[in-house]
Design a protein around this ligand. Structure first.
Ligand SMILES: NC(=O)c1ccc[n+]([C@@H]2O[C@H](COP(=O)([O-])OP(=O)(O)OC[C@H]3O[C@@H](n4cnc5c(N)ncnc54)[C@H](OP(=O)(O)O)[C@@H]3O)[C@@H](O)[C@H]2O)c1
Length: 302
């Protein structure tokens, strides 16, 4: 197994699977991306999603709403997209303005077009281990482990962070009977967090604190998955991105570890487009599992 679990080959394999699906089932899946306001980090992410659409043989349209457009107007646009047969997938860029009720927005997205898998129906499907969409970041962790042949069965797997977008869905997916990890989830009120981390065979961090995980918090030969993306000021006064884990200090102790940038974050756009392709297959009534294609490509790559 490689020591550095780069996201690049994983993303390339996922892209290959996406192309293969569309070659066998010709169609042009369309995503509607809705952004409210113009927060700089969000705008950057949105542009990178739009830029990648053609690479996947998909279409992505941006609906950019001003900050003061109001929640009711957003809900109306979502309702329209929910029933538009030319829109296969919907993504609502976060963060939304503070006055918006995020749970109501998540609930209003058609579960069959819910690319972020934040509708409680899709979150429930994850808990029940039934077919549905997987949120992109937890899915990136799962496919990264799979690509590099890291089997979580029976492993003490510790997740730092319990957000609805990363920690909680990831914990539930890792508990699935086809993955069989033994999962502990930690958060800001966890007592003896370092002791719990030291017991982890697989340690996953998604808390958003730069270099939070230090060498004395991990056991020898642990697999370290860093989901965190944190902006800090680098040596020359420039903004740089680092993870939640102190990569350099952890390198020697880890069996394998993900870099930041270039690790988990590198995979998420591919999974967003695979979710879109899945949504288009559902809309066309094609009963084909996206995972079958991914598994095949992963096997070819080993
Ligand atoms: N790679 C990607 O594509 C991707 C995607 C999404 C997010 N991210 C990154 O992942 C990180 C987490 O994102 P998120 O959206 O899940 O963040 P979030 O909603 O802010 O959740 C952070 C979680 O970390 C916990 N936490 C905070 N301080 C802690 C501490 N000192 N000890 C233990 N737990 C602590 C919080 O605990 P409480 O619940 O107790 O407050 C919370 O559960 C961020 O760096 C974000 O940029 C990356």
């Amino acid at each position: 197994m490689e020591k550095v679990l780069s996201g690049k080959p994983v993303a390339a394999a996922l892209n290959k699977a996406a192309k293969r699906i569309l070659a066998e089932h010709p169609m042009e899946p369309k995503m509607l991306l809705i952004q409210v306001g113009s927060e700089a980090a969000s705008a950057y992410y949105v542009q990178s999603i739009l830029k990648n659409a053609a690479k996947f043989g998909c279409k992505a349209e941006l609906m950019s709403l001003p900050d003061d457009s109001g929640q009711d107007y957003l809900l109306k646009q979502i309702q329209r997209a929910n029933t538009d047969p030319y829109v296969h997938g919907i993504m609502i860029q976060k963060p939304l303005p503070k006055s918006f009720d995020e749970s109501l927005i998540n609930l209003s997205v058609n579960p069959d077009k819910d690319l972020d898998a934040l509708n409680p129906i899709n979150l429930g499907r994850i808990m029940a281990e039934t077919e549905g969409f997987l949120p992109c970041t937890p899915a990136a962790v799962i496919y990264s482990l799979k690509y590099y042949g890291i089997d979580p069965v029976g492993k003490n797997t510790v997740i730092l962070g319990r957000s609805n977008v990363v920690g909680k869905p990831l914990a539930n997916i890792l508990l699935w009977k086809k993955l069989n990890a033994t999962v502990t989830v930690c958060h800001s009120r966890t007592a003896n967090l370092a002791d719990i981390c030291r017991n982890a065979d697989i340690l996953i961090s998604a808390i958003g604190i730069p270099h939070f995980v230090k060498a004395d918090m991990v056991k020898e030969n642990a697999v370290l998955i860093d989901v965190g993306i944190n902006e800090i000021t680098g040596a020359e006064g420039k903004a740089i991105y680092v993870g939640d884990m102190d990569y350099k200090a952890l390198y020697d102790k880890a069996l394998a570890l993900t870099p930041v940038p270039g690790g988990i974050g590198r995979i998420t756009t591919s999974l967003l487009y695979l979710n879109l392709i899945k949504a288009a297959l559902i809309a066309k009534g094609i009963n084909k599992s996206v995972d079958e294609y991914i598994d095949l490509v992963f096997v070819e790559n080993t």
